[in-house]
Design a protein around this ligand. Structure first.
Ligand SMILES: [Zn+2]
Length: 188
């Protein structure tokens, strides 16, 4: 394409960028490396460096958002199927849609104190990577009256026993904004 008069002017501009000098009379400004040198992992058969990377996973709670908002307010929210003749028990953890008839579920706030019973438990001695609880701790399965499900959680203190009564507690002062904001404590 033949360059127009205007284009020629622009090309000229691109070809001759302004010199990156400092102020007149001072030393020329130098570009500095502001990162951290990479660690050389190996050099044979090729040079390999360690290049640390982090990533943020944007995780949506989607239709289960009311459950997590409830935890921050000290409310345990379950769901219930509105379809006549379908399962009438409450679902906890909640389901957005009924697993049996696929209808959109209704939200039900449980009255405090929510008292359940330990159905079974595991003493976690060596948790997997990513567990954000101090250990050992008791992972417990809690039977809650009115629920058709058995919910998993953790005991915040004490020793778990099958059949033991536990009360739902909420991490409201410093919420984690995760399921860990719900814990169970021995009913005293
Ligand atoms: Zn249903």
């Amino acid at each position: 394409m033949k360059a127009t008069k205007k284009n020629k002017k622009e090309i000229k501009k691109i070809k001759k960028p302004r010199a990156s000098t400092g102020r007149r009379g001072t030393k020329k400004a130098e570009i500095k490396f502001i990162g951290k040198p990479m660690l050389v992992e190996k050099t044979d058969p090729a040079m390999v460096i360690q290049w640390p990377r982090t990533l943020i996973h944007h995780h949506t709670y989607g239709l289960l958002t009311p459950f997590f908002e409830g935890l921050k307010k000290g409310i345990l929210r379950a769901t219930r199927c509105p379809t006549p003749g379908c399962e009438k028990g409450l679902w906890l953890p909640p389901r957005a849609d009924c697993p049996d008839c696929h209808a959109r579920m209704e939200w039900v706030d449980l009255h405090n104190p929510v008292i359940g019973e330990i159905f079974t438990f595991t003493r976690v001695e060596y948790p997997g990577f990513g567990i954000e609880l101090s250990y050992p701790y008791y992972q417990i399965d809690v039977k809650i009256p009115g629920c058709c499900t058995i919910m998993k959680g953790y005991l915040i203190r004490g020793e778990a026993k099958i059949g033991m009564k536990v009360k739902a507690g909420f991490r409201m002062r410093k919420p984690t904004n995760t399921i860990l904001d719900l814990y169970w404590e021995p009913l005293e």
